[in-house]
Design a protein around this ligand. Structure first.
Ligand code: FAD
Ligand code: MG
Length: 369
């Protein structure tokens, strides 16, 4: 007699089989999905630095490409590097200074609009019209040199953010005097980082880290629930050597300092952050300023501005802003921090000393309130 094996003919047998299948499925596939995802990183040379994107969870196949394309698009619109581009929207605005308003894209308009906002907020410590001086000094290029005093004064007369004319309706920018120029080098990296975060979020990526050479943005939480840990550059050492570690939830962190781009002549270091008051590299007695907030555009602009302002003016400036934390590192290796920064940043390098809020800044803070 032919025996037909009908394994699940009995209801109890069927139930046991289903139960065992579920266990087997869970062991095989369930264990795979709960296994930690190894972070995946890709980098690309953009904006004069390496833009690194690290995913802590899986994203769409083309996600790196999408981010890099967006950053490249921003570079093509806003670069002032004549070696890399015959023209960009920003170069067109500068070339038409004293001639006519230039229509720009929504991106460029937005960056200039925000740059003007920070120029005003910081009373010109950040000045988006610094371009004539940046071009004259050429710091970071093969033409870097100490200009003659007359050249500096001539260019200084062209720097004044209050003269920039924006027309929101027409989306145009006008520089009313020949020789004027815009430079968004101190803010557009932050904007590109914010845009990259937006792209990742829209693609459903909930855990990632963006590093734009000193501009860090985190996306969501770390998969293990621990805070993000970011190394803050030691201004005295090369890239990758840390002053301390900053631990925080989702954030944007930007550090500006005199160590990024500079040349030395007769033992004097001439660096790339220029004072719109003197026309020379700013000498605030600082080595660096780190800003912690959740908006990278703002962090970028303020890191540069507060570096120019120095600790005495800068500390009172950030003191009353709940949404901004700052660390000021002086040339003497002293570190002054806002309360929120102090609880986030562990200054571990033995050469640096964390000091309480200086008395001078207390007084200035009282005056500004
Ligand atoms: P930050 O402090 O954020 O900015 C300093 C820069 O801001 C200076 O280099 C100057 O450009 C400008 N600046 C100086 N003083 C002031 C001031 N008082 N107020 C406002 N702004 C000031 N680098 C390359 O080597 N090659 C490139 O092709 C190149 N292309 C770029 C294109 C774009 C769109 C951007 C945003 C940057 C590009 N860079 C390039 C880098 C750029 O030249 C700057 O060096 C860089 O943005 C400085 O960033 P930072 O974080 O070191 O310093
Ligand atoms: Mg900046």
């Amino acid at each position: 007699m032919l025996h037909i094996f009908r394994p699940y003919a009995h209801p109890l047998r069927a139930a046991i089989a289903v139960f065992l299948s579920i266990i087997l499925f869970t062991l095989l596939f369930g264990s795979c999905s709960s296994e930690p995802f190894d972070p995946v990183r890709e980098g690309k040379l953009l904006l004069g630095t390496t833009v690194n994107v690290t995913l802590y969870e899986e994203g769409p196949d083309d996600i790196f490409e999408r981010v890099f394309d967006r950053v490249e698009q921003i570079e093509r619109k806003m670069s002032t590097s004549k070696d890399d581009y015959d023209t960009t929207e920003l170069l067109e605005v500068n070339r038409n200074a004293g001639i006519r308003p230039v229509r720009v894209s929504a991106d460029t308009f937005e960056v200039i609009r925000r740059a003007l906002e920070y120029s005003e907020l910081t009373d010109g410590a950040f000045d988006v019209t610094i371009y004539p001086l940046v071009e004259l000094w050429g710091i970071g290029t093969a033409d870097a040199r100490v200009p003659a005093e007359e050249e500096i004064q001539e260019r200084l007369a062209l720097v004044d953010y209050r003269k920039v004319q924006l027309d929101r309706e027409a989306q145009t920018v006008y520089l009313p005097e020949e020789g004027m120029g815009l430079d968004v080098g101190a803010i557009a990296k932050g904007y590109a980082a914010d845009e990259s975060r937006r792209i990742l979020k829209e693609a459903g990526v909930d855990s990632a880290l963006l590093d734009f050479g000193g501009n860090i943005v985190t996306v969501g939480e770390k998969p293990n629930g621990e805070p993000w840990k970011i190394g803050i550059q030691n201004p005295e050492a090369g890239r990758g050597r840390y002053l301390g570690i900053l631990s925080s939830g989702p954030m944007a962190v930007v550090t500006s300092g005199d160590y990024e781009r500079y040349f030395v002549q007769d033992d004097v270091r001439y660096h790339h952050i220029i004072s719109s008051r003197t026309g020379y590299p700013a000498r605030p007695g600082l080595a660096s300023v780190t800003i912690l907030t959740d908006d990278s555009t703002e962090a970028d602009a303020l890191a540069t501005a507060l570096y120019v302002m120095g600790a005495e003016k800068g500390l009172p400036f950030v003191r009353d802003r709940d949404d901004i934390e700052a660390a000021f590192v002086t040339q003497e290796k002293e570190v002054y921090m806002t309360a929120g920064m102090e609880s986030a940043l562990n200054v571990s390098h033995e050469d640096y000393e964390v000091l309480p809020w200086p008395a001078g800044a207390q007084a200035a803070a009282a005056e500004t309130r």
